[in-house]
Design a protein. Structure first.
Lengths: 407, 546, 266
């Protein structure tokens, strides 16, 4: 229930301005905020009130009430590449997993797509398994902002009462989801690597902790929806089925410029090329063993010969030999390519956490005790500065042979 | 009851063919070249065979056979030594200890009231500390088995093995054979003091089981009773230096037999099992104090040693040249020396670890503050950290100097492949510290050479590193090295305080002990190893036989 | 001007493991430290204090945790915080993200109601959730900027350089606000012995649930929507083939090549 503290309320009307549902008004006679029936308890006004006059009292939801929450929601995060919006890969991965979860409880799978001029993305979502897309468009949603997106997503969740909401654990997902959780008084499990439904139809959320040394399974028994952010590259993208269709529901967004409190002054793209090591299917990854910045070139050559992408450990990023975007590990990216070739990476847990789920791991290190060997399918003890050039030579010879055969 | 007579244990021989072996000098050179080198990087190592025994019985079998056939043998474990002790310069056979790498158990000595660990020689220092700190013992690993020491040990606070000769991948057997020490020997002494018991294979293929305190010299000798007869070991009569020392055989009139083997660089017997004391872990804080001149820094060392009410774990020194190297490296790569900027006016630094707990910290710091003021420095000028990861930063800082030096030399090798670092390892007694430091600086500066001085000043044991820029520098440096050795001995010190003699410092052993005393050491060697098969070339050259 | 730094004490993450049989955490020999990202936040606060002397910045460190978490706050005081508070009460036990951030926000409102800026680490290395800071900002009704690497104060605004997937963004917001810090380019501070001594003379108070007016329904296990069902060791991988290629790099390269061909990677 939304409660107005009549003593604190001065009737400034900010709540009326920010409410996405027009569910709170300040009548001219009383000069005090009044809550209307259509209030969804989305919490936008509580956050906006400068006088702390509004509070929401949430009771834990009873078993019967729990069952009123149905459906699996996914936040449809998108990004602009060459000025064209693209759905993020993690959303497609979530559609695969979300489909499985929705089928288990026999409910609908919905993507919440907020943005501006993003309608073109809807069909991709259907092709990857969504039953429904809630499309919320507004010019203030053209770029991601915490305030803008938190308001829209909270109000959609409050209005639609889903049972599960999933977000990609991307920088923006990790910025948005906790804001929504706090606003709606919900549990949120971060960086999940496993999702399942138990016998009581609860979402079992599994995540690594302590740098991946332990795993924890987490439940949200008394609140709905159950919310998780999910690591990219953990679940497989489903096969695209271009024949699939679904329903699109337009959600009217009421958003004011004044309710977005942050302002983006400048975007700095540090990379001359767009690297996305998370989406690469083959990675050639280098660590401290490469010894000098110049030597990175030999790894780059191997990557080029193999059609792989170059990535690296934190050590190299810290000393500025590789850009942050190429960093694998806890403080970098989680990757799960088909092939992960690790050269001169000893494999601190923080690194392992970011690449353990790769299909095949080949590790080369001069230290026989290197922890990376514990997760590798093929471990080679040796000098990477000698082995890499030899390997590049072999790959190039093979490529040339192949080419000539094809001609 | 102590005794000077020890009776050997015999072991049932097994067929030699059952022991894994790699044969052929060429084959070894191609497929196992690592076994021909150690961290000394000296060349010339070669061998006919490498054996890989799994246990003491196999080691004893091999040694017996080799002794019968008079074939030299070099023991190979982690190969982290820097004086070539594991390099098979005289060919023959290598015995790799790779498979003798298990921690066997833990026990409590009720008389001494101390805990100890039993282990095989190829367990490394870091493995030992990993097992001890994390208490990775199985229930059946109590010594003796009927006591439930493992269970009791698991209830205790954190324990560890305090000897820290920097290179934690060193094998325990090697550290005992070399009597390894490092910075912390200032507080805890060298390896010697932490060895409770060893088992040693001697050239007859028999075993000596030597617990500390059981066998003491009488009338200047020990008697080993073997199956075949008696071996008499006459203890050399020279006096050991009072300063920290790792050169030559340990000798004292009433010495313990165990001490003859510790630090003997493998020339008297092969250690196949050891028991080491461990101690409760104490929290420490790491500090680095800075001084505008070296005399102040040396004065501070003196105050820490003589006037403090607490005992530092170690005291380490950096001279102005070492600090310049660090400063330059810091500008080029701030992550490499992950520390605040070092002021340009500073000419010496002292790194020291102190006990840390909230009860005493204010008293200790105030006391250090007094000392610093007397030495024209201050608490404000002194870095301090006590969280484990902070202390790791300090540790990295301390180790950065040798690392930078090695990189620098590697760079110069590109122009002059013959060039190498000239690093001294000499100690003196407390009263001669200032004198030797001034001697070092004066002589090298006169010669116009590039150098840094750093190291274990708590034990008056600094490493002078001469960094030759060309072959001339190298030759000049070698001459200086000899001068330093003579001076250190004059000042009651040692020509090798921790690295040992190995195969590359024979001439300095002579400087320190003189021909006659070295001969006494030779006699001990010849008594127990008449065919000179064990680790030939260590301490003396191969001509030991004559 | 008042800057609050919210910090957490954590075990050194890479040393914690789970006993695979009992499923309990092995914390033997694992030291507790100030979460590294929190330390970056504190360093940033102290840097701001030094950079804007005219603003008379006071840095206040606040943490929630068991009594021994005092040592993490002591480190903050050593590194330059002016005073510190530890929210410590049995009633806080079992708090999840929501309950923790709620308690922290109540603590902030009570202890430093006139704060201008809150700095936190982007995440703690034990839980890695990165959720407490945004949820705290929401409870306090202030804007947030996550993944900052550098901050500047301009009048009533803060300008933050933040990491994004493509590089960096410069974002500004009005104060009061909350900013989470990633590892910046600053060399980590190192307290002097003098600071170690002085820290022990600064205010470090333990604050109870009652002190911050938190009733049982708002903190601790009761106020936590999530529950840990179980903790277990991650499944082991590996056990693949091992080749010693130290002597024969050519041969080793060939073996890798054969392996890649056999698995259709080339």
């Amino acid at each position: 229930m939304l409660i107005v503290d009549m003593e604190k309320c001065i009737g400034c009307g900010i709540c009326e301005k920010v409410c996405p549902f027009g569910a709170i008004i300040v009548p001219t006679d009383t000069k005090k905020a009044k809550v209307l029936e259509n209030c969804t308890l989305c919490g936008t006004c509580v956050n906006a009130c400068p006088y702390g006059a509004l509070t929401i009292e949430r009771k834990t939801v009873s078993k019967e009430q729990l069952s009123q929450y149905t459906g699996v929601f996914i936040w449809g995060e998108w990004e602009k590449r060459e000025n064209i919006p693209h759905i993020k890969n993690v959303v497609l991965e979530l559609l695969g997993k979300g489909r499985e979860l929705a089928d288990r409880v026999n409910e609908e799978l919905t993507v919440v797509l907020a943005g501006y001029n993003v309608e073109q993305l809807v069909s991709t979502l259907f092709h990857h398994g969504a039953d429904k897309v809630i499309l919320a468009e507004h010019e203030l949603l053209e770029a991601y902002t915490t305030d803008g997106y938190a308001t829209v997503i909270s109000s959609i969740i409050a209005a639609k009462k889903p049972s599960i909401v999933l977000y990609g654990a991307t920088p923006n997902g990790r910025d948005l989801a906790p804001r929504v959780a706090a606003r709606l008084g919900l549990g949120l499990t971060a960086d999940c690597t496993g999702l399942d439904i138990d016998k009581e139809n609860q979402l079992v959320q599994t995540r690594p902790a302590f740098g991946g040394n332990i795993m924890a399974s987490i439940l949200s028994p008394y609140t709905r929806p159950q919310m998780s952010t999910v690591r990219p590259n953990v679940f497989k993208k489903p096969k695209e089925d271009k024949t699939k269709e679904g329903k699109t529901e337009i959600f009217e967004v009421k958003l004011k410029r004044s309710s977005i409190r942050t302002k983006i002054l400048e975007e700095i793209h540090v990379l001359d090329e767009v690297v996305n090591i998370e989406e690469a299917d083959k990675l050639v990854s280098v660590g401290r063993g490469i010894e000098s910045k110049e030597n990175i070139k030999i790894a780059q050559e191997l990557a080029e010969a193999m059609g792989a992408t170059l990535s690296g450990s934190r050590a190299l990023v810290d000393i500025g030999w590789l850009p942050h975007a190429r960093q694998v590990g806890q403080s970098g990216k989680t990757v799960s390519p088909n092939l992960y070739l690790a050269f001169g990476i000893s494999g601190a847990v923080q690194h392992l956490v970011g690449m353990k789920s790769s299909d095949v791991i080949v590790a080369v290190n001069n230290d026989p005790e290197a922890p990376i060997f514990k997760v590798a399918n093929l471990s080679v003890i040796g000098d990477i500065l000698k082995i890499i050039p030899e390997l590049t030579k072999l790959v190039r010879e093979y490529n040339t042979k192949k080419e000539s055969e094809e001609i | 009851m102590t005794d000077n007579i020890i009776i050997t244990e015999t072991i049932e021989e097994i067929p030699l063919e059952t022991i894994r072996v790699i044969e052929g000098e060429e084959e070894i050179r191609i497929s196992h070249p690592g076994y021909l080198f150690d961290e000394s990087k000296i060349s010339g190592g070669h061998a006919e065979k490498i054996f890989f025994p799994k246990n003491e019985q196999e080691v004893a079998t091999i040694i017996k056979k080799l002794n019968e056939e008079k074939i030299p043998v070099t023991i190979s474990a982690a190969r982290t030594g820097i004086v070539g002790s594991a390099v098979p310069l005289y060919g023959g056979v290598i015995i790799s200890f790779e498979q003798l790498n298990s921690v066997k158990g833990i026990g409590y000595d009720e008389e001494e009231k101390r805990w100890f660990v039993r282990l095989e020689p190829n367990v490394t220092l870091s493995e030992l500390n990993d097992v001890v700190k994390l208490k990775k013992f199985e229930e059946n690993q109590s010594i003796p088995p009927e006591k439930n020491w493992v269970e009791k040990f698991k209830e205790l606070n954190t324990y560890y093995y305090p000897i820290d000769p920097t290179e934690t991948s060193a094998a325990i057997g090697g550290t005992i054979a070399a009597n390894a020490s490092g910075a912390r020997s200032f507080r805890y002494g060298a390896t010697r003091e932490w060895v409770k018991r060893i088992r040693v294979v001697i050239p007859t293929g028999e075993i000596l089981d030597i617990p500390r305190g059981k066998y003491r010299a009488k009338d200047g000798n020990f008697i080993i009773k073997t199956k075949e007869g008696e071996i008499k070991l006459v203890i050399p009569s020279y006096e050991m230096p009072k300063a920290k020392n790792a050169a030559g055989l340990y000798a004292k009139p009433d010495m313990d037999l165990i001490d003859l083997f510790i630090g003997s660089e493998g020339i008297l017997g092969i250690i196949t099992e050891a028991e080491l004391w461990i101690k409760e872990y104490e929290s420490h804080m790491s500090n680095v104090a800075f001084f505008d001149n070296e005399i102040d820094a040396l004065h501070f060392v003196d105050l820490l040693r003589k006037k403090s009410t607490f005992k530092p774990e170690f005291i380490e020194f950096f001279d102005k040249n070492a600090l310049t190297l660090l400063r330059e490296k810091q500008e080029e790569d701030p992550k490499f020396v992950d520390m605040p900027t070092i002021s340009k006016t500073v000419e010496a630094a002292i790194s020291f670890d102190l006990p840390f707990d909230e009860e005493t910290i204010e008293t200790i710091i105030s006391e250090v503050g007094d000392f610093l003021r007397q030495c024209n420095s201050s608490l404000e000028n002194t870095w301090c950290g006590y969280e484990e990861r902070e202390r790791a930063r300090f540790k990295h800082f301390r180790h950065a100097v040798p690392e930078i030096v090695n990189n620098l030399i590697a760079e110069r090798k590109k122009t002059y492949p013959e060039i190498h670092k000239l690093g001294t390892d000499m100690s003196v007694t407390d009263e001669h510290l200032v004198d030797i430091m001034q001697f070092y600086h004066k002589k090298i500066e006169e010669a116009g050479l590039e150098y840094v001085i750093w190291g274990h000043i708590g034990d008056n044991h600094v490493h002078v590193n001469i960094l030759p820029r060309n072959m001339e520098d190298l030759e000049q440096g070698k001459l200086l090295y000899k001068k330093f050795a003579k001076k250190a001995v004059e000042f009651g010190g040692s020509v090798s305080a921790e690295h040992g003699i190995g195969k590359i410092k024979h001439e300095y052993l002579l400087i320190m002990y003189g021909e006659e005393n070295v001969d006494q050491m030779r006699q001990v060697k010849l008594s127990i190893d008449p065919n000179c098969i064990l680790n030939p070339g260590n301490i003396f050259d191969i001509e030991v036989k004559k | 001007m008042k800057i609050i730094v919210l910090v957490k004490q954590v075990p050194e993450a890479d040393k914690v493991a789970v006993n695979p049989e009992t499923g309990t955490l092995i914390r033997e020999g694992v030291a507790s430290i100030l979460n590294p990202f929190c330390e970056y936040a504190l360093d940033e606060a102290v840097r701001l204090k030094e950079e804007y002397p005219e603003k008379e910045i006071e840095v206040i460190a606040i943490s929630m945790g068991p009594p021994q978490a005092k040592s993490a706050l002591m480190r903050c005081l050593e590194l330059g915080a002016d005073r510190a508070y530890l929210l410590s009460d049995r009633k806080f036990a079992g708090s999840d993200v929501w309950a923790t951030s709620n308690a922290l926000s109540l603590g902030v409102k009570k202890l430093v109601p006139d704060f201008d800026l809150i700095l936190t680490g982007k995440q703690a290395i034990d839980g890695d959730t990165a959720q407490v800071p945004p949820e705290t900002a929401e409870h306090l009704g202030i804007p947030q900027i996550t993944y900052g690497v550098n901050t500047k104060i301009e009048d009533k605004k803060i300008v933050v350089k933040r990491e994004t997937e493509e590089g960096y963004q410069i974002v500004s917001t009005r104060l009061p606000a909350l900013v989470t810090m990633s590892k910046g380019s600053n060399i980590r501070r190192m307290p002097s012995m003098k600071q170690i001594l002085e820290a022990r003379k600064k205010t470090l108070e333990i604050v109870s649930a009652e002190d911050i007016g938190a009733d049982d329904t708002k903190v601790g296990l009761n106020a936590s929507p999530t529950q840990v069902a179980k903790v277990f060791a991650p499944p082991e991988k590996g056990g693949g083939e091992i080749i010693d290629g130290r002597e024969e790099p050519k041969l080793a390269a060939k073996k890798i090549f054969d392996f890649l061909i056999a698995n259709n990677f080339i």
